[in-house]
Design a protein around this ligand. Structure first.
Ligand code: A3P
Ligand code: MG
Ligand code: MG
Length: 385
């Protein structure tokens, strides 16, 4: 064991409980039993429309088409309807979970975790993350852990305030999505319609990492052919700079770690990468089978090993559970009390720490909206009976 986490009143870290960065040499990182990851089972899907309203249908689902050769990814940039940056709220995922949870036994998610796929990707790829730190808010309700990315107001402004260069680079990815998709199957190649990043199609799955059940949701870019009950036609779209030399190649292989886990977590079997020039001209297209990616990078310089990530992920979740396990009161017992919210901080090359937030920090998390901690009040009330 780690020491009991302290309560922090100022919102500034005065640690805390800590988990050190995992070793990555093959001998040490791979010792111990391999952690299993269960094949994700689809639970439901939903769509956000252009007004950002959530609907439990597939109206935002897109169909894959081969993009036109040499397409200009700057096309339509002036008409981009950009979704404002937002905090990592779980609302949509919780709505989805409420619709399906009656199909499971009582207490099914006891000891389980509910989070967006992006948060799980960050957690699992942390052993190889050397630059970008991250922060999570965590709550435990009736034995289930809820994880959301903590985005401070300052961070939100910073994300909104992209340089024109970064904004354009980000647009290339969305424009590639438009060139690769259509609203109907078997459409002709070409522009798939102006980009509106409010519109998204999401898949919610359940799976298991080691012994921990997970309910995760995330955006899926399109399907090849048609949507099936097993999610085996889902496709993730990505852009990347054309590979010209060894250095580019090893950079790309590093990026494949994120591509891999992002898709793996939702059970998306195919990733289509569009290679582009710095100026946004589309070059070759390459399709990757998600499950083959680890084998492709194995043994290469700067390669990565997914079993290290899964092992770390399991230890990370055990660590967070241990820290919050003092908080075992039922939702009903908590009703009259202030919400208990925890903050996990990840520092590249160092590891993670967790503290319990004091009242001021909890208030910042709630952000004045109708919430209990970061959970929407309507979801919280569902947990009381
Ligand atoms: P590419 O990654 O293909 O360039 P996703 O690939 O997850 O479906 O995201 C679609 C696009 O959103 C990305 O396309 C990228 O352009 C943009 N995007 C995603 N995450 C981003 C981030 N953290 N910062 C900037 N742009 C991002
Ligand atoms: Mg996407
Ligand atoms: Mg994509």
């Amino acid at each position: 064991g780690s020491p009991a986490p302290q309560v922090e009143d100022t919102g500034k870290p005065s640690p805390k409980s800590e988990l050190a960065y995992p070793p990555k040499s093959l001998s040490s990182g791979r010792s111990g039993p391999l952690v299993t990851f269960q094949q994700p089972s689809p639970l439901t899907t939903f769509s956000y429309d252009s007004k950002r309203e959530l609907r439990f249908d597939d109206s935002a689902l897109r169909y894959y088409v081969d993009p036109p050769h040499g397409a200009d990814l700057r096309y339509g940039y002036e008409r981009w309807v950009k979704r404002p940056e937002e905090k990592g709220r779980l609302d949509g995922l919780l709505k989805a979970w409420l619709r399906v949870r009656d199909g499971f036994p009582e207490g099914f998610m006891n000891g389980g975790v509910i989070a967006w796929r992006g948060v799980m990707t960050r957690i699992l790829t942390a052993p190889y993350e050397e630059r970008e730190g991250w922060h999570l808010n965590v709550m435990c309700v009736n034995g289930t852990l809820y994880l959301e990315e903590h985005v401070s107001d300052a961070k939100l402004l910073e994300k909104e305030d992209l340089t024109p260069h970064h904004r354009l680079q980000s647009y290339y990815g969305y424009s590639f999505e438009s060139f690769c998709t259509a609203g109907t199957p078997h459409a002709k190649p070409g522009w798939g319609g102006d980009v509106d990043t409010n519109v998204q199609w999401c898949s919610v799955v359940r799976t298991k990492l080691g012994n921990t059940r997970l309910v995760i949701g995330g955006e899926v870019d399109c399907v090849r052919g048609k949507l099936t009950k097993t999610n085996d036609t889902l496709v993730e779209l990505k852009t990347s700079l054309t590979i010209r030399n060894q250095l580019d190649e090893s950079r790309f292989e590093k990026k494949l770690l994120k591509f891999y886990f992002q898709s793996f977590l939702l059970g998306v079997p195919e990733i289509v990468v569009g290679f582009r020039s710095p100026a946004g001209k589309l070059g070759t297209i390459q399709s990757f089978q998600t499950m083959q990616i680890p084998r492709m990078v194995r043994g290469k310089p700067g390669s990565w090993d997914p079993s290290i990530c899964l092992g770390w992920g399991e230890r990370f979740l055990a660590f967070v559970k241990e820290a919050v396990q003092g908080d075992v009161r039922s939702a009903a017992a908590k009703e009259e009390e202030a919400p208990v919210v925890w903050r996990v901080d990840f520092k590249p090359r160092v590891g993670v720490s967790i503290i319990q937030l004091g009242p001021e920090a909890v208030e910042e998390v709630q952000a004045g909206s109708d919430r209990y901690g970061f959970l929407p009040r309507w979801y919280w009330e569902e947990q009381l009976h």
